[in-house]
Write a protein that binds this ligand. Sequence first.
Ligand code: CP
Length: 317
Amino acid sequence: MSAPLSPVPEWTHKDLVSIEALSPAEITGILDTAAAFKQVGTREIKKVPALRGKTLVNFFVEASTRTRTSFELAAYRLSADVVNISASGSSLAKGETLKDTAKNLEALHADMIVLRHSSAGASQFLAERLQASVINAGDGAHEHPTQALLDTFTIREKLGRVAGLNVVIVGDILFSRVARSNIHALLKLGAKVTLAGPSTLVPRAFESLGVTVTHDLDAAIGDADVINLLRIQHERQRKEYFPSLGEYTALFGLTKARAQRLKPEALIMHPGPINRGVEIDSDIADSDRSVILDQVTNGLAVRMAVLYLCAGARKPL
Ligand code: CP
């Protein structure tokens, strides 16, 4: 367990708000730290004392299964105390502002706040106003940094590298914080990124980030080393962006026929939750080629690494 207890030399951030703000070395440092924590997870005693005496508040204003649970487990494995708060069970429901709620949590000696919020910029807003560490667990359509970290961790673990790989991200890019964080992480680590989907959800403007945009998934799929299917996020869309789910699946779903055109070693990824039969065929999602549950498992080690590093950079109260 020597690697995680040695601070990453480049790491100076008390918060993790975005992948865009990280350097390639910082991203690699998180992935290396996560690899060491994953190894600890194979031992009989899976807990380490790194955050003993620290209090983490899991503050989820939007629904979550994977992210909330894995942050909670990560904090327990680091020996932190954990409190979970949801929007409906907090005084946000009575009209208290996000800032006031967070300041009150800090007054109760919260050292770290993991925030999921429907508004882009919510984590940055709190990070600038709190001494506590703020970890972005997804803010609107902006970023979901730990999802991109666990995705790149999984790619590196399974394929041995990220640089030079062709990664095709399919679907609802316009509204996807997962896509934005993945684009930044993959490009910083040297991958080639192609975005595929309907022109309404994958506008050409994304090319300014340094990616390729296509509206013809079948033209891109044969060269993919990784295909990452994104969920259609009806909750963020205020109008119809394609004629029907059936047409979406016919053109952009990973159907059995389309999966046969992937390279045999290509990874099939999805951040979850899955709409089975829409963006991915149900049997393909459950097949040996899918690493969807490996992504979830890796989220635990990645979130341990993020909490560990940010806690180390936090200024004392
Ligand atoms: N991928 C992801 O963020 O899943 P949850 O919404 O369940 O956290």
